[in-house]
Design a protein around this ligand. Sequence first.
Ligand code: AMP
Ligand code: MG
Length: 491
Amino acid sequence: MTSFKFDNSYANLPEAFCRSCSPTAVAAPELISLNTSLATELGLDLHGLDAGALARIFSGNQLLTGSQPVATVYAGHQFGGFNPQLGDGRAILLGEIVDIHGRRRDVQLKGAGRTPYSRGGDGRSPLGPVIREYLISEAMHALGVPTTRALAAVVSGENVYRDEALPGAILTRVAASHIRVGTFEFFAARGDMENLRRLADYVIDRHYPAARDSDNPYLGLLNAVTDNQVALIAQWMSIGFIHGVMNTDNVLVSGETVDYGPCAFMDAYHPQTVFSSIDRRGRYAYQMQPAICQWNMARFAESLVPLLDDQQDNALAMATEVIRSMMPRYEQAWLAHMRAKLGLYTEQSSDKQLVDDLLAAMDASEVDFTLLFRSLCDAVENPLQAAAPAQLFASPRDWLGWAERWAARLAAETQYASERAQRMRSINPAVIPRNHRVQQAIDKATQSGDFSDFERLKRVLATPYEDHPADDPWLGPPPAGEKVCQTFCGT
Ligand code: AMP
Ligand code: MG
């Protein structure tokens, strides 16, 4: 029997953390995709396994030696309201593997059948959300954003029923861990201090061992988690990523992006952009993400209050201080990204205004976020391309005034243009998973079992900082008739 060298720790925590739960076999699993480079990173030995054997493994039909499948419990604030008990309703943690770099990783099946936390749900996933998560999580990884990964996808050979019958599928997700802010909230809300402390200690040992050495390890944990969230959201903002459901059960304390439901990348720059069909009030709009991140971290801090100090006043003061400091930390991290996107190496106090003015002009002209920043790379290097970004604006005048200020600012630095352009090309992607192409890949796969667009996207998204002239303009912004304005959770 296949062995994956599992080394499980979460499944061996007390019963309050998770329940044993095996995947429910599916009728006719077929492999859609295997991420071989990730498999290598995990040290998986897949020699001698044909597509059929892989499909049985990554559907959960064949249980692996050493796996201790569990569904984990958590709570969460969803769209602002607290739900004291959620949990893996359609995800089963197979176990943990220590990868070839010595990092502990969770291996989880998503859509593998009902669990003790499924409530009314079927524990299954349609093919569409599996394709979306596979493409976008792998694109995020290639873009350099901390994220859960997609190891494999299989179709189940069974239908799942939503508004209509849809082909079912299962995703194998790999994560630094699946511990959420909502996992802390679960124990805090029940006043289960013993397990709250146990969870905090577990997270410190697994993710933030340096916090153990600080005067107050739990305050160290809060600082480390908020640092990672600040860095993560600044990265999202710098590439135009909109998560769509930033509920606290969708925030991993490891700092990885998780839960690619109704997420999407912005095409034309507009700060109020919302894609999610269930986000009617725009709570999780692009521009809201930093403030929502702070709100989510406030919920995390509240959960930790009982551990921070015996005196509640002291604990609250500490927690408040950390949360208050988040916005200045975020502004700094964001500005660092934006400076780099503009090719700047040094800092000047007027830089924020320069960035804000560019974004305002882009908003007014509905300029494509990705194309504009990529066009700046050529503009700094090649005088013949200097005016190219102007074409993206409604009127060249909207660009030229700003371009003069930018040129003057660049002139204050001594970098060679070629060196500057090269660095800019490693920061401003040429390719993002455009929503209309992701939707097209989903539609083709769902309606006719045609995975060609899925494969094509997977291939180009693996190298997002390279130009792909052969695939232009397929990779460009949507023509007016092809814009996809809404995305769906598909649960
Ligand atoms: P999500 O929107 O994926 O973050 O899911 C929110 C909650 O609903 C989680 O606790 C999920 O496990 C649960 N859930 C979502 N879809 C299903 C499903 N098809 N069956 C059972 N539980 C589900
Ligand atoms: Mg979720």
